[in-house]
Each structure stands twice: as C-alpha cells, then as structure tokens.
Ligand binder design. Structure first.
Ligand code: GLC
Length: 745
C-alpha cells in the first residue's frame, strides 16, 4: 500500500508543482537550446559513445537520458534487410522484405523532379516503417568513367542535372523525419582501390563538376547528414579531410548536420578529431564483408580519443561540436515526434516504382517505328524473348545497395503478363552470364544454372528467332563483381558473356529485333547499325518487368533521356584519354596508395565530346518518343542583362505526332568570348513538358548570372565575364533546335 502511495506522489508531484519536462525532451523548444541542454547533462564517456557505432548500423544515444539509438540503413534504392548486431549477413527476419525502387540512374533519366519527390516520399515511408532514422543515400558522385562499378547508384555525368534531381528526394525523405546521408562526399568516382586512391584535381574542376550536387543537397535540400567517402584528397582521407569537411562543407556551405564516415573510411584518430568527422561507422571493416568483430571500443573516436583527452593531449571542444551535430541528427529523426509510422510494400510504393521506371526508361533508337510492338492487330504475334537478363533478379547483389524484395517482376514475366493471350511469348536463354544468386547470405532462390554450351544456347536462340515475328533481346550488365557492382570497376566498355556476337546473329535471323539493355552504365554497341530498336532500361527494381512491358507495348510513351553520354569507345572519354595516371591511377613506390589525376578537368561527359568534336554513340540528353516534337524559335525577353538581372527564354514546343507524350526541353549556355577555356556549352535548365497530340506549349527558362559563370580558382569565386553568350534550346546535347545570342553588360 505504502509503495503505491509513494509511486503516485512521485508521478503526480512534479506535475502538480508545474515542473515541465527537461528542455532537451521538449520539442517545442528551439533545437539548439535542446541540444545544449542535452549536452550539459552528458558525461565524458557518454559523449565519446555518442559519436561512434555500437553495431554494424546503429550508434548509441544516451540511455540514461532517454536519448534513443540512431539507426542507419542502406540504401539509395530501398531499405536493406536486417543484419545481426555485428554481422554483414542477414539476420533472417521474415518481416523485412521491401520494395526495390529503380536505381538512381533511372531516376536521373526521368529528368522529372516530381519523380524525385515521389521517390523520397516512398522510400522514407519504408524506412519509417522499418524503424530506421538515417537512409544511407542518395548517391550523387559524378560519372567520370563509365567503368565505375557504382555509377548505377548515382545520377549521371552532369552536375546541374544531378543537383536538380537530388533535392526533391532529400526534401521529401526528411519531411517524413528520415535523414538522408548524401554520398559519397566527395571525389569517389571509381571503385578501383577505393580506400587508397588519392584524387589529384584542380579547384575549378572540383567546384564546377564534383561539388555542385553535394552543395545543392546541403543548401537547397537541407541534408541532415553527409557520408564521407573512402578515397583521399590532398593526401588526406576524405572521412577526416580538413578542406572538404571543415572549410567547404561546414564553412562555405554552412552544413549543420552530421558527417558520417563511410564504413571503414576512418583511418586516423587525431585527424578524425580535428577534421570534421562527427559519427564513425564500420571502422576496421572494408564496408562490405571482412573486418574485426565487435571492435567498437577500438574505433578511432572511441577509447583512443578518450585516452587522448584523459592524458590532456586534446581538449573537448571538438567532442562537444561532434555531439551537438549528432544530437541534432537524433532530435530531427529518432526523437522527431511529428513523424508518422510509414508503410512497407504498399500498393502506392509499387506504383511509385513502376512510374519512376516508366519515366526513366530511354528509347535510344526506333527505326521503322518497330516499337511499340502492336498487340491489337490481326492474329497473335510470335514474340521471342532472348537473354539472361530477362530472367535474372537484379535486386540481390551489387554491394551495399543489395535488397531483399517482397517481389521483383522480371522482364520475361512482365512481358508475358502484359501480353496475356494476345501473343505467343517464347524464351531462349541465349547466353550464360552470372549464375550467382547470393549476397550477404541472402539468395534470390533462383537456379540459373544451365549445362548447355555457349554455341548450343546461341543456336537455339537463332533458330527460334528465325520463326518469330519479333525478337526482344534482354541483356546488358548485372550486379556481379566486375559489372555494375560496388568495390569493383569494369575492365572494358563492351557487353560481357558474348552478347555482341549473339545480338549480331539474332539481327541476321530476324529484322524485327529489339535490344533492351539493362545496365547502370554506358555500354559499347558495335551492332548498333544492325538493330532497329534499342531501349536503355536501368536496374528498375521490383516493377522492372512491368515498366519494360509498359514501354515495349506502348502502354506508356517513353520519355526518359540519358543522364550520361554513351561513348562509342573508352578512348572517347576524357578520363581515359591520358593513360593510367588519369584512370585508374598510378601506385606510389613502396606504398598502397594510388594517385589519380583528373587531367580532363571540367571536360567530363558531353563537355569532352563537344570540346574534342567526338560523336558519341548516344548523347547526353538523348531519348526518343513514340510521338514527335517540333521546336519553334527560341526568343529572349531582352538582348542583354546587367549584373543582378535575369533573362527569360521562351520556346514553343509542339507535339506534332499522334500520341500524347512528354518532351524534356534542355537549355544549354555557351560563352564564346570567354578569357578562359570553357566547355562548348553547359546544361543550365530543363523542363519536362507533357503534350497532347497537336498541343503547343511555350516553355520558359529564366536564368541569371550564375548560369553564365565559371569558377575562378585564383579569386576563389564564381565569375561571369561581360560579353556575348548564346542560349541553346535542345532536345539533346547533340540536338540543338534553336539558339539566341544575348549579352551580359
Ligand atoms: C559501403 C558503402 C556505403 C554504404 C556503407 C554501409 O561500403 O560504401 O555506400 O552505405 O558501406 O553499407
């Protein structure tokens, strides 16, 4: 009885006395007041614990104060399945299957910020439902070389496109109380020797090409966390790099969030203390598999840091600053009492995945208007589907972005489901690529083994092709090491597994051949002139087969455009024009370090093709439709602008075909009179317009001086030189429709 009374008093007394809850727990109080209050209550060991991991994917809060743990999760395309506390392998849960959304190359290829918003909303709802606070993505590293194994996780070669396409994802993810962790900041543009590569780059290139997407993520997206990358810059690992983290990210951009190391990216205690790292994860591992077990107390920002403080060798100012940033991240996420409960594997999420796939698939070529395949004609067309990528799940593999999906509609399944009894759909394997179906102890459950020889497989496919009305080849790359996969780069631009030879043979056997290339990177197409129709279908996730069928059979009019150049050959790429010093880098004598010189400078992607007058296989910004679009004359609302003024360009665009469709109108700017070398032109605006047959829309672009500027490394600022400029309205970087001159006073 006595205890009950005492308990009652203990609960009611404070309320009766009007004692409010502690400030740090009061979400009505200003964030920094809460942070400082929490910090003032923490002891030294709690502060040290707060700034490094306690398991593979979580860091402790402050248990004594009721500040919860912080749970991070991969990845950019969906919510990674649970792992055991200190394991990379699956925990074997049965409630953690997810929706795999299309890879970010596909999102970028949609050129539609609304799709980016939908993406961020959907994926963060899945993270919420799974109780995750920080999403380890999106990735926005610029495509410098088409060999980089992780380009499928990023948004292409152009800093402006990546900047515009990453912001809505961030805003809509964080609106749900889930932090993004934009990665991998910065200069992580290859997987070869990713932990040991020191990037040598001039400031102008750094600021014009490799920083803008991260800057937009912070300044426009308001990213709550940023992931430091594995590589080195100026001989300092980027996870504790004074210039990139303290001077630029936190100094110039005013980033108020937390810098989280990549897993195993922290290599030096003292640098970690002073150079801007706030939260250390994955140390003593390589971020994928191997590593010391339960090494959390040995992390650089764990016992070693505590010992330096106790010995009086370092102070606690940096520690308090790290804690403030981590506490802010926790208050914004784990302790965000406005956030909802999310949802997992909802119809809306599958619909979102399909829509993003539909909008991101790129129709590269369509001679004879072979596509869309018509099912409404007389008789049932005989369709032969060929290729391992028609039947191989792509959601498992590829490294940290690997997922356990609730389902994945494969291309063959999607094609069969779409056709129903309106066509006879047959299949031939055609080639054997990667029969592995496992990563991190998770299997797709498929058995892709096939004892037949390459010749037998080819013979079967060619024989069947000769009797089909249409042949749909579904090939490309996959998520195997050496393909589109983390921790490895491809060795060549070409398709693997003898696909080129097979495609040539199929083209001979049947003139109605469609090649569907599934990849996250450009590939060489030596057969391009022999194939009437080519579709670039990215790694599309759970709804892959449905999106591919939507496009092939015309349920959706393709509207994607390439976010990267497809070069004819590797030698046509800037990063590969200056030998191994430029890619993959030169190993230092007697060291495990490499130096990679970005000697092509700002001439990345189409900037290189333009400057060197190289005709690409398919250009940045290229993508066809089942309708046609006519462009009128580009007009400017003024002939010149003064400093601080803007200029508006207008171009009428007409859907001159018979099918409704969307056109991505691009605006490039040239500076023909510049005192410094500048690219021939640079993307500075774009808009995706949906038009009915016969409809005309005046597409408008308003730009200011920043669209005319280059980065002056000596002055360390952006400069727009007075003089003449040219604006180009284009359907692709190699398809300028109308231009207009104007000047900057
Ligand atoms: C990996 C990747 C990073 C990922 C992290 C956790 O090695 O580099 O993108 O988020 O480690 O898996």
């Amino acid at each position: 009885m006595k205890k009950t009374i005492l308990a009652l008093v203990a609960i009611t007394a404070p309320l009766l006395l009007g004692a409010s809850k502690p400030i740090y727990l009061d979400s009505s109080k200003p964030m920094d007041l809460r942070v400082d209050d929490a910090l003032s209550r923490m002891n030294l060991s709690e502060k040290i614990a707060l700034i490094h991991a306690q398991s593979k994917f979580c860091s402790p809060g402050v248990a004594r104060l009721g500040i919860p743990e912080l749970w991070t999760t991969d990845g950019p395309h969906g919510i990674r399945p649970e792992v055991l506390w200190d394991e990379w392998n699956q925990a074997g849960w049965t409630s953690d299957s997810c929706v795999a959304f299309p890879a970010l190359t596909c999102l970028a290829a949609s050129w539609n910020p609304d799709m980016s918003a939908l993406y961020g909303k959907s994926i963060s709802e899945e993270a919420l439902y799974r109780g995750k606070d920080v999403l380890l993505g999106p990735g926005v590293n610029i495509l410098r070389t088409p060999l980089n194994g992780r380009n499928f996780e990023y948004m292409g070669e152009d800093p402006y496109l990546a900047s515009k396409m990453v912001v809505p994802y961030i805003r809509n993810c964080q609106d749900n109380g889930v932090a993004v962790c934009v990665k991998h900041y910065a200069l992580n543009n290859q997987e070869f020797e990713r932990h040991n590569t020191n990037v040598v780059i001039d400031d102008r290139t750094l600021y014009e090409i490799y920083l803008p997407a991260f800057k937009a993520a912070v300044e426009d997206g308001g990213a709550w966390s940023i992931m430091g990358s594995y590589n080195l810059y100026q001989n300092q690992h980027v996870c504790h790099n004074d210039r990139l983290l303290n001077k630029i990210l936190k100094g110039e951009w005013g980033f108020d969030g937390a810098v989280i190391s990549d897993w195993g990216g922290t290599h030096d205690t003292r640098e970690a203390i002073t150079n801007g790292l706030d939260l250390e994860f994955g140390t003593w591992t390589d971020g994928l598999s191997m590593g010391a077990t339960n090494a959390y107390d040995n992390y650089h920002m764990a016992r070693p840091y505590l010992e330096l403080i106790e010995k009086g060798e370092v102070g606690t100012d940096e520690l308090d600053e790290k804690c403030r940033r981590v506490l802010r991240l926790i208050f914004r996420t784990a302790m965000n009492n406005e956030k909802g409960y999310g949802s997992l594997c909802s119809d809306e999420h599958y619909e979102a995945a399909r829509r993003i796939g539909d909008e991101g698939i790129v129709l590269l070529k369509n001679k004879k208007n072979l596509l869309p395949v018509r099912l409404d004609g007389t008789g049932k067309p005989r369709i032969l589907v060929v290729g391992e990528n028609a039947i191989k799940m792509m959601t498992v593999g590829g490294g940290s972005s690997s997922l356990k999906v609730q389902h994945e509609v494969l291309p063959l399944d999607g094609i069969r489901a779409f056709c129903g009894d309106r066509a006879d759909v047959d299949f031939a394997r055609g080639y054997i690529g990667d029969v592995n179906v496992m990563q991190d102890g998770l299997s797709t459950g498929q058995d892709l083994t096939d004892s037949r020889s390459q010749q037998q497989l080819m013979d079967e496919a060619v024989a069947k092709a000769a009797k089909a009305d249409y042949v749909i080849f579904v090939g490309g790359l996959n998520k195997a090491s050496g393909q589109d996969c983390e921790d490895s780069d491809r060795k060549s631009l070409g398709l693997p597994y003898g696909q080129d030879e097979l495609i040539e043979a199929l083209a001979k056997a049947n003139g109605n051949l469609v090649v569907v290339n599934i990849s996250g990177n450009p590939v060489a197409m030596p057969w391009v002139d022999k194939v009437p129709a080519i579709v670039q279908a990215w790694f599309l996730g759970s709804e892959a087969g449905n999106s591919i069928a939507d496009i092939l059979f015309g349920a959706v009019n393709p509207s994607g455009k390439l976010p990267m150049t497809f070069p004819v050959a590797l030698s046509d790429v800037g990063a590969h024009a200056a030998g191994p010093a430029s890619y993959p880098g030169i190993r230092r004598e007697g060291s495990d370090k490499y130096d990679t010189e970005y000697s092509e400078g700002i001439l990345v992607g189409y900037r290189w093709s333009d400057a060197k007058k190289i005709k690409p296989l398919f250009a940045f910004g290229h993508g066809l439709s089942y309708t046609t679009f006519d462009y009128g004359k580009l007009k400017a609302d003024k002939k010149s602008i003064a400093d601080g003024e803007s200029i508006t360009f207008t171009i009428p665009v007409t859907n001159s075909g018979k099918t409704a469709g969307a056109e991505i109108v691009q605006l490039y700017i040239s500076d023909p009179e510049s005192s410094v070398m500048r690219p021939v032109k640079e993307l500075k605006a774009f808009e995706k317009v949906y038009l009915k047959p016969g409809e005309t829309r005046d597409v408008k672009f308003t730009v200011g001086k920043d669209a005319l500027s280059y980065f002056d490394a000596d002055k360390h600022c952006w400069v727009a030189e007075p003089g003449e400029f040219v604006a180009h309205a284009a359907a692709a970087s190699d398809d300028i429709r109308s231009s207009v001159r104007f000047s900057l006073k």
